[in-house]
Design a binder for this molecule. Structure first.
Ligand SMILES: [Zn+2]
Length: 365
């Protein structure tokens, strides 16, 4: 028996809520997190038809990329499509969870999936986020160094790119005088003490600060643990918007057109003139990505493939950078495969179903 909240915890570990945009409203939208999961339906959008599909297929949890609720509701009477979705979900005790810009921003998220579909190698985040890393410096007796480091790593410190358990340390002399009331691990009250200590430095995602500090205070032998927390300006290469990667072989504009249609299973898309040089380096952003055109240029991309480009956005193209709009739905529909993979890897005691319902409201005629 698995509770809905246990499923949500797995998704939140994968795409931490702290990485969603300030305007976003991801996470649990409707439902009781304590209810037992009967099945999960994964989808790009949660529409009324999707709620019906969940009901028909015995799923009481819908995991969607796009949140249903964006603006605060004053009442819930069924007068708008959003309210009708919520009412139906409530009536049938179906929970709705959204994993939105937080899933856009993680390395293995929406854009990684899009890169995979397009066969882009070595994908890197196009616009890494800054100010989301913290450095901890602390001072530990030599014999306790391994124990403290192990506790910090277990709590999530020291992961840098593909490298885990990263730390730096230097040995020096600590000096202190315990008060008469103190109960020092080393030395005696009221006597100045000097001891050899390691200064340890580790970096971690800022949102993990509370758990890192709990781990430090638990593992450290001192009554008063000297430490500094430093907010870093550094980019976090693992978190941010868009991605850029390379095609295995360079393609002409005509070949690239075919490649996009085949890879994304679409019959038409909008784009500017292709660059004169064969296309190898491609930037992507699932959903509305015009805000990243400058970064795509700076990253040396020859094509920036995204969605929701307006007429004037297309004028940002140059002879070296073509802009492609494949459609919002078309650029993100594979997100449901991502949810499916994450959940089936962890859970086997209930069904995870890919929604059949086609949720794209846009038709091409
Ligand atoms: Zn979207």
């Amino acid at each position: 028996m698995t509770k809905i909240k246990e499923v949500l915890q797995v998704l939140e570990r994968y795409a931490p809520p702290a990485y969603q945009e300030s305007y976003d409203n991801a996470l649990l939208q409707v439902g009781d997190p304590e209810a037992t999961v009967t099945g999960v339906l994964v989808t790009l959008d949660c529409t009324l038809e999707v709620v019906q599909e969940a009901l028909d297929r015995g799923c009481n949890l819908i995991v969607a990329h796009h949140p249903v609720i964006f603006k605060p509701l004053k009442n819930l009477t069924g007068k708008t499509p959003v309210e009708r979705i919520l009412l139906k979900a409530l009536q049938h005790q179906i929970a709705i969870f959204a994993c939105h810009t937080n899933l856009d921003h993680v390395h293995n998220g929406v854009n990684r999936k899009l890169c995979e579909k397009l066969g882009l190698q070595n994908p890197k985040i196009l616009a890494p986020k800054t100010q989301i890393l913290t450095k901890l410096e602390t001072y530990v007796p030599l014999e306790d160094t391994e124990k403290v480091l192990a506790a910090l790593h277990a709590a999530g410190a020291g992961q840098i790119g593909d490298y885990s358990d990263c730390s730096f340390r230097i040995t020096g002399t600590g000096r202190f005088t315990p008060s008469a009331q103190a109960n020092p691990h080393i030395g005696e009250p009221c006597q100045t003490e000097e001891t050899i200590e390691n200064k340890i430095e580790v970096v971690f995602p800022a949102f993990k600060q509370a758990q890192i500090m709990r781990a430090l205070l638990k593992a450290h032998p001192y009554e008063e643990v000297a430490h500094y927390l430093v907010a870093l300006e550094n980019e976090n290469q693992e978190v941010g918007a868009g991605m850029v990667g390379e095609l295995e072989t360079a393609l002409s504009g005509e070949e690239f057109t075919r490649h996009v249609k085949e890879s994304l299973q679409i019959s038409t898309f909008r784009h500017t003139a292709w660059p004169t040089e064969p296309i190898k380096r491609v930037a992507v952003c699932g959903g509305a990505g015009s805000f990243l055109t400058r970064q795509a240029k700076a990253a040396g991309a020859q094509v920036f493939l995204t969605a929701d480009l307006k007429y004037h956005d297309f004028f940002e193209a140059t002879e070296h950078l073509a802009l492609v709009d494949v459609g919002h739905y078309e650029s993100e529909v594979y997100t449901k495969e991502l949810f499916y993979d994450i959940l089936t890897k962890t859970f086997s005691n209930f069904a995870v179903e890919l929604a059949f319902t086609h949720t794209n409201p846009v038709r091409h005629s």
